[in-house]
Every structure is written in C-alpha cells, then in structure tokens.
Write a new protein. Structure first.
Length: 255
C-alpha cells in the first residue's frame, strides 16, 4: 500500500445544534493534535459528542466555531483522503465482497484492473481470501466488518475514522476483530481515529486515549498508553493495563 498518513490538528472546536428552538452545545473548545500514523482513541460517556467530532473530521458536519485540519488542510467537506468505518457494516447487499471493496475505487475513477488488484490485496489483508464472491448475507457480522474495513483501506486513506466499529459484535468476535485490527494497523500504517465506549478496548488499541467530559464534550485529558507493541489480549492481565483502566474510568466518572 502506498499510504501517506496525515496528522490532525483541532483548534478551539465548538459545535452547537438547535433543537426545539433551543441551542444545545455538543462540543466545547476542543484542542488536540494527532500525529501521522498514530492510533488515537476517544472515549467518554454517551452523548458527549464523540460521533459528532468524528463527523466533523469526515466533513459531514460543520463546526460552529474553531477548525479541524487534516494534513495541514482545513476540513470543509468530505474527501477521498479519509476512510470511514461505521458501527453497522453498511455494505451493499447486491454486491459481492469484491464488488463492495472496489466501490470507493470506482468512485475515484480507478482503472478496472488496478481497482481489482488493490481490492484483492485488501481482501487478503483482512483475512477474507476465498470469500471474494460471497454476498453480505452469507457472511458473519465479523466478516462483514472485515469487508467494511477492506473497503475503507482500499482507497489508501491518509486517515481512517472508525465509529464504534465492533459495538454490534458478540464478545468473542469483538476480541477477534481487535486482534485483527492491531495486525492490520501495523501493516497499513495509516492514521486511525477510533471511538469506543469500552475502556479496555481503548487501551488495547490506542497509542493515546482522549477522554471527553459529559455534554458539552470537553477534552478532559489525553493519556499516552505506554504498553509495548505488538499487543496481545493477555496484556489486559498486567498491572500496567489495569492502572490505565482505573485512571480512564475515574476520568469518565467525574462529573
């Protein structure tokens, strides 16, 4: 893959919505920087603006104050430099695995042969070789999310935005996908911004974990996760891991 991971800069970011004639502030004065190639995780209580923050980076929502930039360019709308993985797989049911993965490449106008080769490489990267001709209804939930991830990576994004991608999976499948994402991230090298409600998932995956306060979401603290990579599930049993769990849990629980 010829990825060129981009950094993220967010400056004094505010976001308000008008509901029933009243203004509701969702995000307030968010300042942070994400390094190129970093795995950056955001946690916080429900309703604190995590998904809204991700939508601003995607260009699907415009902040009411401040700015966000990716690779030095202010985000003003969606762009082909960003891949997005939703909680639900959002696959096209009438397309095979391969046809789903090439979709973004088709939108980019890639030549058919080039698109097919890149799609195949991503299918193999996410561990779905042999399932190229299957349709989404023939796949498990975890396999569908692998297709979703392959589709996002196929466009060679500078940044990958992931909104609770494993939340709908059962516990065993979720753990399997965490392991796979760690492996894939190490190979792909792209910048990842990942949202989760699960503290242990945040620590297992992230280089740093940002903790948002209850609405309006403010940046409470960013914690660097000093655990060696590659990480395996058994790291969760370590004293260092449990220290991070306690610290982040304390921050989320603060009023």
């Amino acid at each position: 893959m010829e990825l060129h991971p981009a950094g993220v800069t967010v400056e004094h970011l505010d976001m308000e919505f008008v509901a029933r004639g009243r203004r509701q502030k969702v995000l307030e004065d968010i300042d942070l920087q994400i390094a190129p190639g970093e795995f950056f995780v955001i946690v916080g209580p429900s309703g604190c603006g995590k998904t809204t923050f991700l939508r601003i980076l995607q260009g699907l929502a415009k902040p009411t104050g401040g700015r966000a930039s990716i690779g030095g360019r202010t985000v003003t709308g969606p762009g082909i430099d960003r891949g997005f993985v939703f909680q639900n797989d959002a696959l096209y049911p009438w397309r095979t695995v391969t046809r789903n993965v090439v979709f973004g490449l088709e939108l980019q106008g890639k030549k058919k042969g080039e698109a097919a080769a890149r799609a195949q490489a991503m299918i193999e990267l996410v561990g779905l070789k042999g399932f190229e001709s299957h349709y989404p209804h023939e796949l498990s939930g975890g396999m569908r999310q692998r297709v979703n991830l392959a589709r996002a990576l196929a466009i060679e994004p500078a940044i990958l935005l992931m909104d609770e991608p494993f939340a709908a999976l059962d516990a065993l499948t979720r753990e399997s996908m965490q392991r796979e994402l760690l492996r894939i991230a190490a190979v792909a090298g792209t910048t990842i911004v990942f949202i989760t409600h699960q503290i242990d998932e945040a620590i297992l995956l992230g280089d740093r974990v940002a903790v948002f306060s209850p609405r309006p979401g403010r940046l409470r603290e960013i914690i660097a996760v000093d655990l060696p990579r590659p990480r395996q599930a058994d790291v969760k049993q370590s004293a260092a891991f449990q220290h991070y769990v306690g610290r982040i849990g304390q921050l989320i629980g603060q009023a």
